[in-house]
Design a protein. Structure first.
Length: 290
């Protein structure tokens, strides 16, 4: 019995290492993960292309290779239309895992057909409406330093008392972590800057007063320039509505980019946040809403 308990503790420890149990300091995400508030049931985690099976400790190891559990095959990179370098249209019914990692430890991220902007498939995230719940695609295949992004989004309900990230670019400044992000806070768009130094420098300049569209698909474009730290811009349905000339800091470029939804702060009156995404693309020039 003692051996079995230790075996189970080892399995749990390995799972904790794989998911990254270290979280944030003072509510600010400094690592790959964001903190999850206690209380309430989290939606079932879903990793679309990578089913995981846990062996029964009382069962002998299978000797027939055909009977062993298998992982879903890695889906190779999608061919993008220039100037896009990295893209995802979900039209193969799955995530192209040669390009994208999937992080949704306390949420659901899935490819669906119930609501799409174009074609037959789109991505859906289902997160808790409380700080720390997130579902994201991550990649390091294109990192700037002059980064343009484009995706179609559909918010099912108005994200009221919420501060959530839809894009994050992570990097380093003088040996410390830093990031720039495009976010929504209480229905409006913001660009966020954070530098992990003793002062914990953080700023969220508002990008005008255009509210996040709700109940319809819209084309969201953005340009972040970490090397310059200025002239960061956002477009909605092809119309530029904001440019941020605030220089908070400069960094050589991003080491990782993430797209999806991170519920960073505040609790929403609605228990869950459901968002759909389609035709995600990144490149060195503006891609447009074609």
């Amino acid at each position: 019995m003692q051996l079995r308990v230790r075996w189970l503790e080892g399995i749990l420890s390995m799972g904790c290492f794989a998911l990254g149990c270290g979280h944030a300091e003072n509510g600010v995400p400094l690592s790959d993960e964001a903190p999850m508030e206690s209380g309430g049931a989290a939606p079932t985690s879903s990793v679309v292309n990578a089913p995981v099976t846990t062996p029964d400790p009382t069962s002998p190891a299978p000797t027939n290779p055909a009977s062993m559990p298998t992982q879903a095959p890695v889906l190779p990179a999608q061919t993008c239309v220039a100037p896009a370098v990295v893209c995802e249209d979900f039209e193969e019914g799955a995530i192209h895992t040669a390009v994208w990692g999937i992080k949704a430890p306390n949420a659901t991220l899935e490819v669906v057909q119930d609501r799409v902007a174009h074609g037959k498939f789109a991505m859906h995230t289902h997160t808790l409406a409380s700080a720390g719940s997130y579902a994201e695609l991550t990649t390091d295949k294109f990192l700037g330093p002059n980064l343009y992004g484009r995706m179609y989004m559909y918010f099912a309900v108005n994200p009221r008392n919420v501060h959530g990230f839809m894009f994050e670019g992570l990097g380093n400044i003088q040996g410390g972590a830093a990031w720039m992000s495009l976010s929504e806070s209480s229905r409006y768009f913001y660009i966020n800057y954070f530098k992990d130094n003793p002062a914990k420098e953080y700023s969220s300049p508002s990008l005008g007063r255009l509210p996040v569209p709700v109940g319809k698909w819209f084309c969201l474009e953005w340009n972040l320039r970490p090397l310059e730290g200025v002239n960061n811009s956002v477009w909605i349905d092809g119309v530029q509505f904001a440019k941020d000339d605030t220089i908070m800091f400069k960094m050589p470029g991003f080491t990782e980019i993430r797209v999806g939804w991170t519920h960073f702060a505040h609790d929403d009156p609605d228990p869950f946040t459901d968002i759909w995404y389609d035709d995600i693309a990144f490149g060195p020039e503006r891609i447009g809403c074609n």
